[in-house]
Design a protein. Structure first.
Length: 306
């Protein structure tokens, strides 16, 4: 715990950021937002007192940076333990680990996200393209700056919503708070800060990437599952047809009956591989979302951005 006494909100945030060094960047963003929101709100309610005097009282009640950092780390451990999907029982053989994916909820949740990604990808891409086009078109008009601010603000709301989906389905820790806008500033300065903020371009890139990624994810899951089930079920249907249990219109051509079980086994193996790949893709997409939607904690000498 640091013994330094902050004299401004920025100094307090720098100390808190230093105490949280090494923590998950999403956790750091949540902690910094909560602290800045609380400190600035308390200062705004007592404008008659100097910031340094009032800040000392606020810190005494809110907690020193080291205490706040410890509290967030402790609470994060409990929350993550409660939200984490139950891990599958460890398997001690190669076959057990290979087919153990059927008992892993992460594989099914990743497949659910990949199916959902087509709808969200179409929406995100359409929104981003329309927003960028209209922002460029309105740039020469009076409404250009307000529209751009509204567009970027909405993209950050979408980023938070996407983060909740990613954390729920893929298990990647994402922010539950936005980055605090900081002290009030003029519209033009706000626009310049947004243009310099890596989160602006990272979020737009993510929204645009979601369309091709969503198409790939959706196709991969549908093709993988349908082909796997077809290979697994088709030999059974052929055997039932030859036994006279079911009827199939048209000509039925099949390999030698001795090979039919191998076809079903191939379908099961393909489905298992699809589940493994879906789980891996889900993990990689979670890391992509975190790298583009969550800004890395800034250094102490870096100015805050909107």
């Amino acid at each position: 715990m640091t013994a330094a006494t902050p004299r401004t909100v920025e100094e307090y945030l720098d100390l808190l950021r230093a105490e949280l060094q090494g923590a998950d960047r999403a956790l750091v963003q949540d902690a910094l937002y909560d602290a800045e929101e609380h400190l600035r709100a308390e200062l705004a309610q007592h404008p008659e007192e100097t910031d340094e005097t009032m800040l000392g009282r606020i810190v005494a009640s809110y907690g020193a940076p080291g205490e706040v950092a410890d509290a967030y780390r402790s609470n994060e451990t409990r929350v993550q333990a409660a939200l984490r999907t139950p891990p599958p029982k460890p398997k001690h053989t190669t076959l057990g680990r290979f087919f153990g994916v059927y008992s892993d909820p992460r594989a099914y949740l990743s497949m659910a996200y990949m199916l959902l990604a087509l709808a969200t990808g179409i929406f995100y891409f359409t929104f981003a393209m329309m927003g960028l086009s209209l922002s460029a078109g309105f740039a020469v008009l009076v409404i250009g700056i307000p529209f751009f601010l509204l567009f970027i603000g909405t993209t950050r709301v979408l980023a938070l919503a996407e983060g909740r989906i990613v954390e729920t389905l893929l298990g990647t820790r994402m922010p539950r708070r936005p980055v605090h806008p900081g002290p009030p500033m003029g519209w033009m300065q706000r626009v310049l800060e947004m243009l310099k903020d890596p989160r602006t371009w990272g979020t737009l890139l993510y929204l645009l990437l979601m369309l091709p990624l969503g198409l790939f994810y959706f196709t991969f899951v549908i093709v993988g599952v349908v082909c796997s089930l077809a290979l697994t079920i088709a030999p059974i249907a052929v055997l039932l047809f030859h036994a006279g249990v079911i009827t199939i219109d048209g000509t039925v051509e099949s390999p030698h009956p001795a090979l039919l079980p191998l076809v079903s086994i191939l379908g099961i193996v393909l489905l298992t591989v699809t589940l493994h790949l879906s789980r891996g893709i889900g993990y990689l997409h979670g890391q992509l979302a975190k790298s583009l939607l969550v800004r890395a904690p800034r250094t102490a000498d870096e100015p805050a951005v909107a």
